[in-house]
Design a protein around this ligand. Sequence first.
Ligand code: SF4
Length: 322
Amino acid sequence: MRAGADIIYQANLSDGTWRGRADFLKKVDAPSGLGKWSYEVIDSKLAKETRAGTILQLCLYSEMIEKIQGTPPEYMHVITPENGFTTHTYRLDDFMAYHRLIKRSLEAAIENGIEHDKTYPIPVSHCDVCRWWQYCVARRRKDDHLSFVAGLSARHTVEINNWSIFTLEKFAQIPIPLQTKPSRGSADTYERLREQARVQFESREKHIPVYELLDVTEDIGLSRLPEPSEGDIFFDFEGDPFAYENGLEYLFGWVFAGDDQYHRHWRSDAGQRVAAKPGESRTTIGVFPIASATANRLPPLLFVNSYSGTVPGGASLVSGSM
Ligand code: SF4
């Protein structure tokens, strides 16, 4: 920094208590204790939107830079991958008060300790990429935590804990119909979860996969599907939201009703046109509807059956771009 390098990559920062590694420090024309220049932090992230944790991270780096150069940076920046890399710039002063509050609370918690029962590794989406996951899963397994019941959310856990039930085993054994009316949500939901817990508990005790077939009920599950129609199509596609400018749907796959053949179309580039198999269009975008038409299978009424909510949205996106 004293030598005035334009960009410093992987800057190791430490103030004796806190430490971190900024992706980049960028030299700017604002005077500081270093000379006629100073530095601002840039971090690169894969997420399209800047998260609160990222802002706190950049505030901390900026604070450590201030200690080196004697003046606080005015801005901090996040670079994200869309549109050939976009720089999002934030004013440090807009966030520093919040950063100091969070930092003080964390330091106080470390200094004074936290009562054991005030923290618990309740599963969250970050667990999928967290380095501590093995410890947390082991702790939950040891406690036979309710989160192991399939379909049971953190909200359900809070409710069931209010009934002084904390383990999968105990939940699997409560009588149904429920003796306690849930404060939120329907009793039906909790009775279904209790049944799920019972099946899982039985599996665990017998060391075999236990399953039970549910009665077919009108308007529930597969019964909600419309009557079959000649020409129905079962369709799915896979995509990568971070590829290219707006993401890329890279695999289209479909099966026509009454025909076992799986049709597929791969796409490796947003503008790519590829050789197609007989019956398929050469045009990448819109290959699915054109392939349907060329198969002479379009009856007056057909249903496209898909497995997730992203498919209808994605399908209109694809057809809208034709
Ligand atoms: S695995 Fe990580 S994110 Fe998940 S509960 Fe444990 S510490 Fe928290």
